[in-house]
Design a protein around this ligand. Structure first.
Ligand code: SF4
Ligand code: SF4
Length: 356
């Protein structure tokens, strides 16, 4: 937001912003920088998520980087190409029940200026959108289109995965598998019973942390994607090696996204309900200076839905598994999908074991 104000002159001097407005280098497009950012933050996640000053510093650094990039490059290049959280949200937004899409492509063919492209803050061509991956849902195109030809629509969950014409990219697939791997790692480190593992993740710079960092990167960038490649390869052999292995790997990685999303939801459920009771006192006294704005400052902490949480986690994970099976079957034959289904089942079993 701050970067965009500077770039565009904010609301006080619209159209009189400052900055170089350069184009983002083509070779830096894609998910590689987002993956690198997520991996970097993952190495320090135990500290970043639990030490308030560390959380504050990382947020400040993200804001400063976004503003500086807003001064050098055009539009929201930080959001689209660099922000690890943006990459996370984009990958799972494929499964969202909302989309911004064109109403009638025939109208666009008669629109000579195409102002929606000029106005898209993410640098997309809105009238050609086929998937949610890069759309930030900023709604600028709805406001700008002179023909009222863009719309925010409700749709079935995961509709992007069914769009045959949507591009499927290997770097995105790799990022999706990396995110999939991170959910059990975070679960083991944050919620698991292994004190030595949690301590190693906290002790940044120590030999134990270096071993943890090597294991984190090796698992998330090597073992999990590597085993998936193996499962896809076995299925490819079952299928008489039809088509290219790379294309099949990429498409099936997209089909695995429901499993990743539900794994993250199940992980989050563990602390969402148990920490929710902290919100009420904080709302009454947000600065910790003794206020009682809403009369909730003295509300005692208590965990909510203690008995229901494991049941919800099982349902969510099994739902994700079933969804992934259906998506996998959409892409390949039954026998080719079997190794991928075994891979997904093993992943689900590990998540259930870690969480329950
Ligand atoms: S401005 Fe509207 S009509 Fe023109 S190309 Fe964009 S979406 Fe289509
Ligand atoms: S909602 Fe925003 S990011 Fe998405 S296509 Fe429209 S202008 Fe671009």
């Amino acid at each position: 937001m701050v970067g965009e104000w500077v770039q565009q002159g904010g609301i006080l001097r619209p159209g009189k912003g400052i900055g170089l407005q350069l184009r983002w280098p083509r070779k830096l497009c894609g998910s590689r920088l987002q993956l690198a950012g997520f991996a970097f933050m993952g190495l320090f996640s135990a500290v970043l998520l639990t030490v308030p000053s560390a959380t504050g510093w990382i947020l400040l650094i993200l804001i400063v980087v976004a503003v500086v990039l807003g001064l050098v490059y055009e539009r929201r290049v930080f959001c689209r190409h660099l922000c690890p959280i943006g990459g996370f949200i984009g990958w799972y937004a494929q499964l969202a029940p909302l989309e911004v899409r064109v109403r009638d492509r025939a109208v666009c063919r008669t629109c000579s200026d195409k102002p929606c492209y000029e106005g898209c803050t993410w640098g997309l061509f809105p009238s050609a959108l086929t998937q949610n991956l890069d759309c930030g849902l900023c709604m600028a195109c709805l406001r700008i289109c002179p023909y009222d030809n863009m719309a925010l629509r409700v749709r079935p969950f995961g509709a992007d995965l069914a769009v045959q014409a949507a591009p499927r990219q290997l770097d995105r697939a790799w990022f999706g598998l990396f995110l999939l791997a991170c959910s059990p790692i975070y679960t083991a480190v944050m919620l698991g019973p292994w004190g030595w593992l949690t301590e190693a993740a906290y002790a940044v710079g120590s030999p134990a942390w270096l071993r943890y960092a090597a294991a984190f990167l090796g698992t998330s960038l090597g073992i999990v994607p590597g085993l998936f490649w193996l499962a896809v390869w076995v299925g490819w052999c079952f299928d008489g090696r039809s088509g290219t292995l790379k294309r099949r790997f990429t498409r099936l990685s997209y089909a695995l996204s429901p499993l990743g999303l539900t794994a993250w939801i199940a992980f989050t459920l563990t602390f969402a309900f148990s920490k929710l009771a902290y919100v009420w006192p904080v709302m009454s006294d947000p600065l910790g200076v003794g206020w009682d704005l809403l009369g909730t400052a003295d509300w005692a902490w208590q965990p909510y839905l203690v008995d229901a949480t494991p049941v919800l986690q099982v349902l969510v994970l099994l739902g994700g598994m079933l969804w992934t099976v259906l998506e996998t079957r959409r892409v390949v034959s039954l026998r080719a999908s079997l190794p991928v289904i075994i891979y997904g089942t093993a992943f689900t079993a590990i998540m259930l074991w870690l969480l329950l």
